[in-house]
Write a protein that binds this ligand. Sequence first.
Ligand SMILES: [Fe+2]
Length: 448
Amino acid sequence: MYYDPRAREIHGGKAHPFDAAPPHIDNGSARPSPERYYDPAWAKAEWERVFAKTWLLAGPVSDVCEPGDFLRFDIGVESFIVVRGDDGEVHAHYNVCPHRGSRLVPGNTGALVRFTCPFHSWQFDFEGRNIAVTDPETFQPRVLCHDHNLTSVRCEVAAGLVFISMSDDVPPLAEWLAPILDKLETYDMASMHVVQHRRSEWGANWKGGVDAFYESYHLHAIHPQTMGMLDDRTHIDLYPGGFSRQYVPFGQPNSHHPDQAGINPGIEAMLRDAGVDPAEVADGAKGSRAAIAVAKRVRAARMGLDYDKFSDSQLTDSTIFGVFPNAQIGCHPEAVFLHRFLPNGDDSGRFTCETVILYKHVDMPGYGAPGWMGLGADVDLTGGTRPDVVHTALGEPPGMGEVLDQDSELLPIVQAGARSRGFRGPLWSEQEARLRHFHTELDRWLAR
Ligand SMILES: [Fe+2]
């Protein structure tokens, strides 16, 4: 479904099952009220009726491979521990000791033999069962007969990603993700590992983050450095449940770029990255995307990698999935970007932006991370070292590359205007069809 009438062909005219468009969804043309971006009552309703009820992306399964491996997932006022149990299953619990409420695990990721509360040393196994109360003889039996295990939450794994839910009343994860699950599975994320993990505080409502990441309409204004090689003529697909897909063509000029025909330095860098000599691309900018796809297929065949499962668009474009309510997954055969927009517990004008880069290591000469990913030479691409989370405070550039730093500067400006009496609610173009789709689904949950 081409929502943007200017969208490019996504597969050079060759049909590939991955690119098959879902049936059209009409989300109407209403102008939503702007309170959603600043009203604390909205934020409270979202927390109770959406975040506490849906599946939430907690992290990559590669962080919890072996029994005792854990990752901590914080959202709003809550913190969860996701852990691989001795039973081989992945479990999740509130990161809260039942004794006095202390947080159990302070670290972001790691490996443990058991959970030990830092306050009074109560101990718990990975399934959340209490295995030791310190000085139990000093408790009246009628006190300790209250449940003193950890409080567990739903936890399931799909497409190499761990999700948790605070609600027992959610469908199985595979059913929840059904509209996009087979597409996510194409990338084999379970075999990828974290090469970068950044967490930053942004001065805007979490939906301001979703909105900015869900469209390419603002590229020409906010990210002028991408004009030569990131096209805003994107293909968008909408799926039931608020899910969406967008193909953002790489190696093509933006529609606002004055030179649509020539191979500009940005395209040249992307061609060289894929091992293509720009002088050998016959039709200039028009042929660059196809040339990159061919080069990647040739390289994959040489290395015995199955690239037939990928369409040409998957090889060249950023293939982005919106996962309701608060995640976006940017997919490439070489790497996957997990973005999460985490509401602040108390302040509807702030959110935490969390970005994890998962990389597929192939131990062969000629295979490496694409240059545009901006990974430093010091990054261990083999998966041998799990990098620490880098946390940046409000007002600091998040250090996730120039483009995201520009977004983090812009969003507080949008947030300030969105709460003005003079703003009467957003007017979305078809380039912003994913925003309308997301907000429509959000409104549906809030009306329940
Ligand atoms: Fe942006």
